[in-house]
Write a protein of this length. Structure first.
Length: 308
């Protein structure tokens, strides 16, 4: 049975993708990786990732276009902050019988593909503590008051940046039916923080895939992985979670801009620069506002409601 990893990217996230691929290849030289283009601006990053890491571009680009068009038919063009995130649903129809999907704002600290071993007894895996924060950024309280889901079911919500499953477990017809259901009930979802695909993917998971497993609920628990968690301890180029006395499996800068001064910047910088044949990233220097600009902004702020 063949296994592989999917990522979604374009030229804009080249540095992120390089950091992720450097970390994957440090621990695993062989697992095949397929890139799903986020939009039409992907040729430069595709060339870089193919040359240095053996990444292949997803073959059925017609399907990706079809998926995008159906999404717009169901929801319209202004419903989501980043509708192209839904292109990751092409994972269900690609070459791998079992697969991991990984966002590019992640670096890994192990042979990450081995987590697919959990699929022996499950159909879907994820690995995060999103559920401990309640249903924010996924659902509104309506899903409970109208009994769309039970209290037990919503404890399985997850972050859409890292998950794994099996080919064709979700069909193209399933996807379009889910889009239609969700478009008919926008009151079920929490888009207040401009999340895009995460609420819809969680709805689909809870409705269509009963055999699911969150790795952090394994015996002995598992480490955290969000870069907004500041108690992780650095040991060399790895991170440890002292609350469970375990090395992190991966670190995810979800909702955090990766730039000098961000949490665990040195960790990201290390993995980004592992390949000496690639130039280091360049980050624009932030221009500090002068005192008069700051004062002007403070004056303007109370009157912003007058703008139409």
């Amino acid at each position: 049975m063949n296994r592989g990893i999917y990522i979604i990217a374009n030229d804009k996230v080249t540095d992120h993708a390089i950091a992720l691929l450097n970390s994957i290849r440090l621990y695993d030289a062989d697992t095949p990786i397929v890139m799903i283009p986020y939009d039409d601006n992907y040729h430069a990053i595709a060339d870089t990732l193919t040359k240095h890491y053996g990444v292949q571009v997803y073959e059925d680009l017609d399907f990706i276009d079809r998926l995008s068009n159906k999404l717009h038919e169901a929801f319209g063009g202004k419903f989501f902050a980043r509708p192209n995130q839904f292109r990751k649903q092409a994972c269900w129809f690609g070459p791998f019988e079992e697969f991991l999907y990984i966002d590019t704002d992640i670096v890994v600290f192990e042979k990450i593909i081995d987590n697919l071993n959990y699929l022996e007894n499950n159909d879907f895996i994820n690995c995060d503590y999103q559920h401990l924060g309640g249903i924010a950024n996924v659902f509104s309280p309506t899903v409970l008051s109208e009994k769309v889901f039970t209290e037990t079911e919503i404890k399985d919500i997850f972050n859409g940046g890292f998950w794994g499953s099996k080919k064709n477990l979700i069909s193209e017809k399933d996807l379009y039916e889910i889009f239609t259901e969700c478009a008919a009930h926008p009151e079920y979802f929490d888009f207040s923080q401009k999340t895009s695909d995460q609420p819809i993917i969680n709805y689909m998971l809870l409705k269509r895939i009963p055999r699911r497993f969150n790795i952090v609920k394994r015996q002995g628990k598992a480490p955290g992985n969000w870069a907004g968690t500041l108690h992780f301890q650095t040991q060399g180029n790895l991170l440890f979670d002292s609350t469970v006395n375990q090395r992190l499996q991966y670190l995810h800068w979800a909702g955090i801009r990766i730039e000098p001064g961000c949490p665990y910047w040195e960790i990201w910088q290390y993995y980004r620069n592992l390949n000496p044949s690639l130039p280091p990233p360049v980050f624009p220097v932030k221009v500090k506002k002068s005192s008069w600009q700051q004062t002007l902004n403070q004056i303007k702020s109370p009157f912003r409601f007058l703008k139409k």
